[in-house]
Every structure is written in structure tokens, then in C-alpha cells.
Design a protein around this ligand. Structure first.
Ligand SMILES: Cc1ncc(COP(=O)(O)O)c(C=O)c1O
Length: 273
């Protein structure tokens, strides 16, 4: 495996960042996960734009999109595979041990891992912890993801593939690495970005392509929604067949099935929508 670090391709076994990198010591960094099918990244422009918005959210210098594009292309060419998770990581770089940032400039890593297409349906659990919709990291795809690590481990212990968070005022928010949609009376709804969720790229495309509404939803909407689905870069649109102890009728409701179909069609027509 060849990855990109510090301006060039390196062997993953020998590539090294400083043990004092602020991304490692305090989680001072941002990232993107991009789907790559047969070496072609999907929605790369939207991912790069969000990387910049995340970097600005942390006060990091704007990433150089030309360099990141070059890095992605080089890594994809060096590691051919059917379906890849292209991971762009951009951190505060070598720095002091405390929260002050150093002056060495950011670290950019682009890596790639092989993955397989997700199942069409999955189980989720709700967790008692909250997303902070007023926090400095709200809407930022930061590398400070330990809350998601803990919540996802709990989901796996309970036989689910995703954990859903409410926010501090009891509204439905998002999953550890996905956005959530519910179907009520035939209409699709998803929490607004003001709920504290990440502005997911798949979420935005699904809103655009299906006319889904952005609606404040109480967490207990999950007890009565007719259908529920998740969206993310690697899940695309994925139906939910169980939430905690509630089995949803049918494995894949008609509205979700249509959203999955529309997403596949539109995504197939344009690799950089
Ligand atoms: C916390 C969180 N919410 C939502 C998403 C979904 O966003 P996207 O569709 O851009 O992958 C992600 C990213 O994977 C995420 O990390």
C-alpha cells in the first residue's frame, strides 16, 4: 500500500508523522472519507469544499485543493481496487504538548483502504449521549471522534451497525458516521444542520434528489416513523430494519426503496455531482 504524506507517495509501512503531531496529541485535525469505485472518487469537489469548511472551523489554513486532488489521484492509481475508502486527513501538524498550535504547518495524509458494498438493510441503536449542537465542533468533520468510537462500539455490542444520537434539546441528530432520515405519512424528513449533525454529502444529495424535508424531529420520532434510513459516503442510502427493540415492518419500505433507486441512478450518471 502506497499512501500520500508530505508531498509524495510513501510505503505505508515506513511513512511517519511526528509523535508530537497535534492531530495525535489533542485531536486537532479534520478529515474526509471519499468513496472510490474502480479508482474513481465520488463527489470529490463536495468533499474538498467540506474539508476547507472543517479546516476553517478549527482555524487551520485552507488546504490546497490542487495538492489534495493530486494526492488522491496518485494514491488511487498506486492501489487499484474495486471499492475503496479514500481517507484524507489534515491536522494541525507538529506542535506543543498542550492545546496551543505549533508553527510547523499542517500535516496532510491521503490513504486508501479496500472495502465492500454495505448490506441493503441494517440495525441501529439509540445512545444516551448527546451531540452538542452549540459546540465548536458542530458540523465540523474533525478527527476528535472518540465519542463516535465509544457509541459505535456499543452499537456493535448490541448487534447493530450504527448508533444514533439526539442533541442537547432532545431532537434527533445523526449517527456516528451517518445521517438519519425518517418517513412520516409518505414524506421524507431529516434533521436540519442546526440540530448539530454533520452536513453529510450523501444527505445533501438525497435532499436534492428526493425532495426530502429538513425538519426538527424529536428523538422519539423513531418509535413511530413508518420507515427509517441512513445515508453516508460508504452506506449510500441504507434501510434500517430495527431500532433498539423495534422491528420495522418489512425489510425495506417503499419510500426507502425508491430513495435507494434514485440515489443509485443519479450517482451513476455523474461522479462529481
Ligand atoms: C458524524 C457523521 N455524520 C454524518 C456523516 C455522513 O456524511 P457523508 O454523507 O458526507 O459521508 C459522517 C461521515 O461519514 C459523519 O462522520
Amino acid at each position: 500500500m502506497r499512501i500520500w504524506l508530505d508531498g509524495g507517495l510513501r510505503d505505508v509501512e515506513s511513512a511517519r508523522v511526528s509523535v508530537l503531531d497535534h492531530g495525535l496529541t489533542v485531536g486537532d485535525g479534520v478529515f474526509e472519507t471519499v468513496k472510490a469505485a474502480h479508482g474513481e472518487p465520488f463527489a470529490l469537489t463536495r468533499h474538498l469544499d467540506r474539508l476547507t469548511r472543517s479546516a476553517r472551523g478549527l482555524g487551520l489554513p485552507d488546504p490546497d485543493h490542487d495538492e489534495v486532488r493530486r494526492a488522491c489521484a496518485a494514491v488511487l492509481t498506486a492501489n487499484p481496487m474495486a471499492l475503496g475508502r479514500l481517507r484524507i486527513t489534515y491536522t494541525g501538524g507538529h506542535g506543543p504538548l498542550g492545546s496551543d498550535r505549533g508553527r510547523h504547518g499542517p500535516t496532510l495524509v491521503v490513504a486508501l483502504g479496500e472495502t465492500t458494498r454495505r448490506p441493503d438493510t441494517t440495525a441501529v441503536v439509540t445512545v444516551p449521549w448527546t451531540r452538542n449542537e452549540r459546540g465548536v465542533l458542530a458540523g465540523v468533520k474533525s478527527t476528535s471522534y472518540a465519542e463516535n468510537v465509544v457509541a459505535l462500539a456499543r452499537a456493535h455490542r448490541l448487534g447493530a451497525s450504527e448508533a444514533l444520537f439526539g442533541n442537547t434539546v432532545g431532537q434527533l441528530c445523526e449517527g456516528t458516521g451517518s445521517n438519519v432520515f425518517v418517513v412520516l405519512d409518505g414524506e421524507i424528513h431529516t434533521p436540519p444542520v442546526a440540530s448539530g449533525c454533520l452536513p453529510g454529502i450523501t444527505r445533501a444529495l438525497v435532499v436534492e434528489w428526493t425532495g426530502a424535508h429538513e425538519t426538527d424531529l424529536p428523538l422519539d420520532v423513531l418509535d413511530r416513523a413508518d420507515e427509517v434510513f441512513l445515508t453516508s459516503t460508504l452506506r449510500d442510502v441504507q434501510a434500517v430494519h430495527r431500532i433498539d427493540d423495534r422491528e420495522l415492518p418489512g425489510t425495506q419500505g417503499p419510500v426507502t426503496a425508491k430513495a435507494m433507486r434514485v440515489f443509485d441512478e443519479r450517482a451513476g450518471q455523474d461522479l462529481d455531482p
